[in-house]
Write a protein that binds this ligand. Structure first.
Ligand code: GDP
Length: 284
């Protein structure tokens, strides 16, 4: 078999992921507060009453646990008979989720600045592991809502792109990647858009934002001091159409996954967020 000390090394590596902080962003009304509250209730059913303490006006940090049946990147190859899985239900993997207000005025001061500080942090305790951007997929049918969500997402992705392209070129080590999940919420509503079309609509709208930004930069006088490439999302040749795939070139992986915080009451409690939890698990 494998020498005992190797077991210890692997166990330790799995037990302490590099960082387990996730940031939850998105326009107001997307369902962020409801999601945070649901995760808390799922983690400790006895404390459901704590729901009332959350508001959409301030950031909240909650520590929640991953359901033991959700695989993590470090245990995905484990067999169901593995005794450590039983151990997982007694000693679940925990992670932290920071919910931020999505109101227009608070976005820059709270959401974006939270992202900037968590993504530049060197401390495992505050460093970001993944980013969830939640949208209301029924609201995106409305042009104004789509534009609002896309411009927030554009700004968020631009922060990640700047970070990944590394302004401080002196650092030899590339920053750890921050994967992005677009949580396409409210799939229970029959007026909601399916995840595939959420992706297309957001991409098309970001493309529009990007093109008008590039045009603005070209029209501007020479002394604006703006650095074109750094301020445009995706490649610097904004002639092509923007897709999330384009961002993979700069190391940003974006997934769009559907779900519902307020799921079907017939189904298992909280099952509508299962696929987001699986995404979180794959980051851990
Ligand atoms: P926040 O501003 O992003 O924190 O959004 P909230 O959590 O306050 O949710 C806004 C509204 O959407 C509330 O009335 C929620 O009950 C509702 N909501 C959240 N998730 C869902 C969902 O999956 N389906 C439906 N139908 N409503 C939802």
């Amino acid at each position: 078999g494998v020498p005992v000390f190797l077991h210890i090394v692997f166990y330790r590596a799995a037990a302490s992921p590099p960082s387990s902080n996730f940031l939850l962003l998105g326009p107001s009304g997307a369902g962020k507060t409801a999601f945070t509250t649901l995760l808390e209730a799922k983690s400790s059913p006895a404390s459901k009453k704590s729901q009332l303490t959350h508001t959409s006006q301030a950031s909240t940090l909650v520590s929640v646990s991953l359901p033991p049946t959700v695989p993590t990147a470090s245990n995905r190859y484990r067999s169901v008979n593995d005794p450590s899985l039983k151990d997982a239900s007694r000693n679940p993997i925990r992670y932290c989720l920071k919910d931020t207000p999505g109101h227009g005025k608070l976005r820059t001061s709270q959401g974006i600045s939270e992202l900037q500080s968590m993504s530049s942090s060197k401390d495992v305790k505050t460093k970001i592991r993944g980013l969830l951007f939640m949208v209301d997929t029924a609201a995106l049918v409305d042009e104004a809502c789509l534009r609002d969500a896309a411009s927030y997402l554009h700004d968020v992705l631009l922060v990640l792109q700047k970070r990944s392209m590394g302004k401080g070129k002196s650092s030899t080590k590339r920053e750890a990647e921050i994967p992005v999940l677009i949580a396409a919420n409210k799939q229970d509503l029959f007026t909601s858009l399916p995840p595939g079309s959420v992706r297309e609509k957001l991409e098309a709208e970001i493309d529009r934002i990007r093109k008008s930004k590039t045009k603005g930069l070209m029209d501007a006088s020479m002394d604006t001091g703006l650095e074109t490439e750094e301020d445009v999302l995706g490649d610097d040749d904004a002639q092509g159409v923007f897709t999330f795939k384009l961002l993979e070139q700069v190391g940003i992986k974006v997934d769009v996954v559907g779900g519902a915080v307020k799921g079907d009451p017939q189904e298992e409690f909280g099952s509508g967020v299962r696929r987001w939890e699986e995404w979180i698990g794959m980051c851990l």
